[in-house]
Design a protein. Sequence first.
Length: 167
Amino acid sequence: MNTQEQWRDGRPRPSEWRKPAELRSAWTGRRPVPTRTGEGARRSTGLSGSLLRWLKFNFVGGIGIGVQLVALTVFRSFFHLDYLLATGLAVETAVIHNFLWHERFTWADRPAAHPLHSLARLVKFNASNGAVSIIGNLLVMRLLVGELGLNYLAANLIAISACSLLN
């Protein structure tokens, strides 16, 4: 049995499965999930594929928290913007950052066929995830900073936590 007929751990791979080059991730060079060829072909997604995607999604989100906090600090402390304007800009910076990483890393097995498709995905991502994040962050920041006088970075961490539950 040649190596293309075996999984990495040595188990035999069913002969009807293949590794199409178009599904290989540009990021890792590996195909994330096996596919079947022939009539009625569909992508097989196991628990491990779903778990891996969930881990990637949360990894990108964790980095996005750092991006948002750094952006908020820059907009507020260096550019001396109002805390609500700085919050809105910081959230949008994090949303765009997260989208770009999701396109290249989390959803690498689902490449856009055309750059306009990627732009459409960005618009949808921004209209759903981004809108919830911006509105939620602004409301929580207004309450915690504007009304209760909490430090803007501490308040933003609370806002991020609250919004992550909604997203």
